[in-house]
Design a protein around this ligand. Sequence first.
Ligand code: ADP
Ligand code: MG
Ligand code: ZN
Length: 489
Amino acid sequence: MTTDAATRYEAVIGIEVHIQLKTRSKMFCGCNREYFDTSPNSHVCSVCLGMPGMLPVINEQAVAFTIQAGLALGCTIPPFAKFDRKNYPYPDLMKGYQISQYDQPFCLGGELEIEVDGQTKTVHLERIHLEEDTARLLHRDAGGETYALVDVNRSGSPLMELVTKPDMHSGAEAAAFLRKLRQTMRYLGIADADMEKGGMRCDANVSIRPRGVTTLGTRAEVKNMNSFRSVQRAIEFEIERQAKVLDAGGTVVQETRGYVDATGETVSQRSKEEAHDYRYFPEPDLPPILVDEAVIETIRARMPELPGARRARFERDYGLTPEESRTLTDSRERSDAYEAAVQVAGAAHARPVALWFIGDVAKHLNELGVEAELGQTKATPAHIGELTRLVQDGAITLSTAKDVLDAVFETGETPGAIVEARGLRVVRDEGAIDALVAAAIEANPKAVTDYRAGKASAVGFLVGQVMREAKGRADANTVTDLIRRRLDG
Ligand code: ADP
Ligand code: MG
Ligand code: ZN
């Protein structure tokens, strides 16, 4: 919003997110769920092709994943849930209806804490339900004649739909919500939630209202965003557009709008359907589901540590700052790798290990891409732990360690092996260092005169000369001591 519009209007945003679950098979049949990079219509059967008379069977893993997501987000898990038919006439639906959940979903309520501009806030959830994904339509143009191809591989894949309360007030908040949601799903290991690949798809409901007003304005629902960035841009554009409509004395129409990435604008697509347009009714081919306490407890027991808890634990147990802890718990892989490295280095060196990960290791990973993890490289957590140990024990200098790390990433050899093979150990033998000190003093009479004249920096100069001769492998404190001893003696 322009500052002017922002002082007069408050934006209100609620989002609906579809997340593909990483189950082995589809939602109601045994077909392989993978559809990305598969040959079209190779993962299909009479159930997901919607043949008449075929009966669906509920995928228990998908139900467990949905309940796990609900527990992670603090939802209530009602003891009774059911599936419903949602009817609509698009060609991407094989049966002519979608099996979804209407009034009795698996999860109700819940919340997710987000951080925007250093401020923490809570986004409340309405519900989470489970449904099946649609087929993919591939639009083609054969010299002006357009047609669509249908790939049914995605059809019938388990899809979790999560709806928030209208709790957000800017594009940045919506993007932060989605980032945190993706992080949570990945920690749980139930979804990749990758927006670019369609594993997480978001519709943003956007309205504005004059500041001070508590009722909601009329919303537009914006679709087609395929990155966090585009979600933020689409919402920001939409807020601005609605402010202009109201400023011109017009009214916002309730409609579905599509985001156009190339222009950063939203364009009208169709007027909004109402629930009654879908003619929902209970799915007669599936039994209702009783979710008893024992089932919930079994699922809860399998729950991994979530990012917030892990971050707090890292701060507490490893003496990290909140920011260091946040960086290291960004992804589950990274935090696992960090802890594995601490195991090798020893808990006493937990913070130095963290600094390696945040500093030089991150630099190496960034060269591979923003989401790169150690697992994609030749370096292992044990290597980082060992390297930290070598530095902390004084076996190699920090600058040598950086070279060793480069070599580890390049060759996959252990730091210890690299240090031995290249003779990189710090020279501790005082006799050997003292010989270099004597030579440096001999070769630099001016530094000696300067020192005697009270110029302290002369020592630093001589240390530099010795270190250069020692190729950085001499212990700097020993060198300094020996120089002083000779000059003062
Ligand atoms: P539908 O399923 O028809 O899209 P819902 O009532 O389920 O409608 O709402 C969908 C989303 O829209 C929810 O995230 C909700 O918070 C949000 N929402 C509803 N009304 C508004 C509004 N006036 N402004 C912004 N968001 C809204
Ligand atoms: Mg909607
Ligand atoms: Zn199938």
